[in-house]
Every structure is written in C-alpha cells, then in structure tokens.
Design a protein. Structure first.
Length: 400
C-alpha cells in the first residue's frame, strides 16, 4: 500500500536493495515451468470440452473444489490486506507499516486468482459480468458476493498501484492515489465485512444438505471472524517466506519490524481464535446440536474445533508470552491449514453428508490440476512483482 505515514526527521531514505541476478534455469523456474506445462492442458480442455471433460461435478454436486478451495479458501486467506491496512491506517499501528504492501499484494493477487478461478467454474465464463450489466439479480446473496468481490478487487488494485507507479516513475498519478489511502482503507474494510460474511450466508440456502454441526444461522459470523484469523496468520506466514527467500530485497526497516509483526499479529490471532472458538460453541448450543458430537461427524468436527482452532489459539498465546517466534510462525501455518480444513468441511466433506458414498463428490484429476495451475501462476506473478517493485522496501524517492 502507499506510504501514507509521515516519517520522522531521523529517518533517512535508503538506497533500494538490488536484486541478485538469477539464472533463467533456477530451481524455482524449472519447477514452476513443469507444473504449468503439466496442468495447462487441463485448463485448455476445460474451455474446449466443457465442465464434463475435466470435472466430477453433476446436478447433485454442482460445486466442487473450485468453490471450496479456489473461492472460499482463497478469499479467506486473502483477508490480510484489509486486516493489515485497517491496523495501520485506521488504528494507527505504525510499527506494522512494513507489512502493509506485502499484505495488499497478497490480497490483490488472492482476489485476482479467485476471479480467474471462477472463469473455470462458471459454465459460460464470458457471462461472468452478466449479473451487473444484463440481468441484475439484486435480491440474490450471490449478487452481493459478486458485487463486493468486484468492488474490493478494484480497491485492492488502487491500493497496490502506488508500488507499480513508483516502479514506472509515475510520480504525479501516485501522489493522487496516496491521498486516497484512508478512503480506500475504509472502503476495503466495509466491502470485506460484507462479502466475507456473505460467503457463509450462501450456505444458509442449503440447510438440508449441510451437516447440522457446520450449518448454523451464525455461518456469516463464523466466516467473517475466521477470515480475520486467516488474514493475520497469512501475513505472518507471508512475512516468514519473504524473509527466507527474499532477504536481499528488504531494507533495514522491514527486517527490524519482522518480529514486531509476528508478535503483534500473533497476539491478535490468539484473541480472534479464542473468540471464534466461543462463538462456534455458542452456535452448537443455540441449535441444540450436542447429540451430533457423539457421531462420526461429531468426532471430525471436534478435530477441526479443538485441533485447528483452540490448540493454535493456546499456542499462539504461549508463543507471544515467551516471545517464541518459531512457535508463533508455526501456529500461523497451523491456523492456515485449519481455515482450509473448515472451508473444505463446509463445501465438500460435510456437504451432501446424507447421500450414499457412491453419490458423494470427489474432485477429478482435471479439477485438482487446474487448481495447481492457478496457485502456481499466482506464485510466479507474486515473485515477478516482489523482485521488481518496491514491496519489501521503501523506494528512496518516495518518503511521504
């Protein structure tokens, strides 16, 4: 995000870090090329042969891994953008300023890949804009989700654009966008609150299909609160990966604030996960679903709740208390896996739970391959941007 904070007089602009020259045939490039070449044919088959050529979807299971992983999980893990920008620009946590641009970039790419993935999932992808321009279904919850995602992606693009403008030397245009920082941050928080909760509200339409332990009138609240935990954890995880693979691209401020970000976000994640645990239990009590805990699905529900919500909340707190940064960063990965598990449970595992095993959905090879194609493409684009634009350092010519 743009450097809207005012630097003190003691801060002196530093030279931009110089990226090391890397061989075109680096291990990363080779692995990424293999994955893209191996999965691209499935993407082509999707558009030439239709959904049936690459998916296991049918009328009973119209939503598969592209919704459960690419959409629900992708949107949740991209929540770090609004969480970090709100912390810095609304709540004044300037000690986390170095995390804003990486968080905005992760969010922008995450939402961009969500929209890209929807092109594969929609039966007629060229009709993706139809709800806005041709057939407005303004009373539909999915219209609200689509509208908020489209608007928030636009906001993220504007928030990310100052970094690209610094790279291109567009000083005047950048200055205009920087002046909109607070407005864009507020819009981002409002839109994220709406569509994060609305993704949960979509499953309120299927009370007979979703298992009672996961179905609740509080699903919109569950999705929103868990997205905050996901965003906090993803920022810690992203920061860890950046410090491991791109230390040569960082200025001293980013290196110095790394542990502050992990400590502060770890503390916040512990509190959010504790609150999430409480409202999940409240949801069971409100619907009187205690009896289901004694079933097989009940055991699996407790694995998710205890093993991937309560446990990381506890160990986040321990890590913060002891200033154990390895534990904090490990809990961030733990929480991210828990978010993935929760979204898979709601969209796949506990969905159509009453059907015979033979009629249950399992993703086809083509669906998995296309998801790998999308994720790999996102990583490649992230690496391209980070190694060229001022994401992990402050550009010496732009200290506002």
């Amino acid at each position: 995000m743009a450097d809207a904070a005012v630097t003190t007089s003691s801060e002196q602009p530093t030279e931009a870090p110089s990226p090391h020259k890397r061989s075109l045939f680096s291990p990363f490039n080779i692995i990424a090329a293999i994955l893209l070449l191996a999965t691209a044919p499935f993407a082509i088959m999707r558009f030439t042969g239709g959904l049936g050529a690459v998916t296991a979807l049918d009328h009973t299971n119209p939503w598969g891994i592209w919704i459960g992983f690419d959409l629900l999980t992708g949107v949740a893990l991209a929540a770090g953008g609004y969480v970090t920008s709100a912390a810095v620009y609304i709540f004044g946590k300037e000690e986390y300023h170095s995390a804003v641009r990486p968080a905005i970039l992760t969010g922008f790419l995450g939402y961009g890949l969500v929209v890209f993935a929807l092109l594969f999932d929609v039966g007629r992808p060229w009709r993706l804009p139809y709800p806005f321009f041709v057939s407005q279904g303004v009373t539909s919850i999915m219209f609200e989700v689509g509208a908020c995602v489209a608007l928030y992606l636009t906001v993220l693009f504007l928030e990310f654009s100052p970094a690209a403008m610094e790279w291109l030397g567009l000083k005047k245009v950048r200055w205009i966008v920087v002046k909109l920082t607070i407005l864009l941050t507020i819009l981002g928080v409002l839109l994220s609150t709406l569509h994060q909760s609305s993704l949960g509200a979509m499953y309120l339409l299927a009370p007979s299909k979703l298992h009672p332990l996961w179905y609740s009138t509080y699903l919109p609240v569950f999705f929103f609160v868990s997205s905050i935990a996901a965003g906090l954890s993803m920022i810690i995880f992203e920061s860890t990966m950046a410090h491991r693979y791109f230390p040569h691209l960082m200025d001293q401020r980013h290196k110095d604030e790394s542990n502050k970000v992990a400590l502060g976000f770890g503390r916040a994640a512990a509190l959010v996960l504790a609150a999430y645990s409480a409202i999940k239990i409240f949801g069971i009590a409100a619907d009187n679903n205690w009896a289901y805990l004694l079933t097989g699905y009940g055991v699996w529900f407790l694995v998710e709740l205890v093993g991937f919500v309560m446990a990381p909340a506890f160990f986040f707190a321990v890590g913060v208390r002891d200033r154990n940064f390895k534990l904090i960063r490990g809990c961030a990965i733990w929480t991210v896996l828990g978010i993935v598990l929760n979204r898979f449970n709601i969209s796949l595992i506990a969905f159509n739970w009453h059907l015979p095993e033979a009629e249950r959905y399992f993703p086809a090879l083509g669906e998995i391959a296309i998801s790998i194609f999308i994720v790999t493409l996102g990583i490649v684009v992230y690496r391209f941007i980070v190694t060229r634009m001022p994401i992990l350092y402050h550009h010496p010519d732009y200290h506002d």
